[in-house]
Design a protein around this ligand. Structure first.
Ligand code: OAD
Ligand code: ZN
Length: 243
């Protein structure tokens, strides 16, 4: 931990890039996907496996079940940024951290104050009518969900389904977001990868654009990139970034 902190503190301007996953927000009370107790642990409550429910084809075929799971398990309006989110915002402010690239959809980096954030999998804070494209924020979408007898949020203007701007399985990532993330990684001298199992592509594949000399991984369990890392820290992200 001390080594990573010294690398960060001695990094040149914009030299650090942070690439994170669900483990960055577990200390804010949001479960990750693949740990015990994570979103993908099977629950008797649902008739379908969670991993099936977050796919585009499932959303199309079973919107009611999709939105039940989504509003139950995938949003956390009360969650607050933790020490990691806060430290990353401070490091951006100080000109050290060039960009935060996240697979998370919770928007907590922005709440903490980070501005240059690439949300590879979208955000629960943006929702669009699938008919007329009208924008709804999270609160409005939750109200539409609660007002609907079947729980499916529908546009008050055209009655089409309001879809969260989050990337489901089978859906492509936003090209502009990928391009920005790739450029940031390619310019980094220090890349910190944290709180991600690195099993989901294309997100995990972005690491191959790194050309710097210090790759650090902070994760509670082993990842596929550990062998190519210069430093592996098995500790909580919030503790590692808690100085
Ligand atoms: P995972 O649940 O696959 O991995 C989270 C990792 O974080 C695990 O390896 C944990 O050990 C670790 N972890 C949990 N809490 C931690 C903490 N406080 N400090 C350090 N490590 C911690 O989540 P992701 O890798 O983010 O995609 O999953 C990637 C994608 O899979 C998600 O974005 C989502 C999901 O399907 C879509 O929905 C498209
Ligand atoms: Zn509409």
């Amino acid at each position: 931990i001390a080594t990573l902190r010294s690398w960060i503190e001695s990094c040149g301007p914009g030299g650090m890039v942070f690439f994170g996953g669900a483990g960055v927000s577990t200390e804010s009370g949001i479960p990750d996907f693949r740990s015990t107790g994570g979103l993908y642990s099977h629950s008797q409550k649902y008739s379908y496996p969670p991993e099936t429910m977050v796919s585009h084809s499932f959303f199309e075929a079973h919107p009611q079940e999709f939105f039940q799971f989504y509003f139950d398990r995938m949003i956390a309006p009360e969650a607050k940024p933790n020490q990691a989110h806060k430290k990353l915002a401070e490091l951006e402010q100080r000109g050290v951290c060039r960009a935060v690239i996240t697979q998370n959809i919770d928007g907590l980096h922005q709440v903490a104050g980070s501005r240059n954030v690439y949300e590879l999998h979208g955000s629960v804070h943006r929702n669009y009518c699938t008919g007329c494209k009208r924008f709804f924020n999270l609160e409005e979408t939750m109200q539409l969900h609660q007002a609907a007898t079947d729980g499916v949020p529908r546009c008050p203007d055209c009655d089409a389904i309001v879809k969260p701007d989050v990337v489901l399985y089978e859906e492509p990532l936003d090209e502009e977001v990928i391009t920005g993330a790739v450029q940031a990684i390619a310019q980094a001298e220090l890349l910190v990868v944290a709180g991600t199992s690195l099993v989901v592509y294309p997100a995990a594949g972005l690491l191959r654009y790194f050309q710097g000399d210090k790759l650090a991984i902070v994760n509670l369990s082993p990842t596929s990139a550990d062998k190519s890392a210069d430093l592996c820290i098995n500790a909580k992200v919030g503790e590692v970034f808690g100085w």
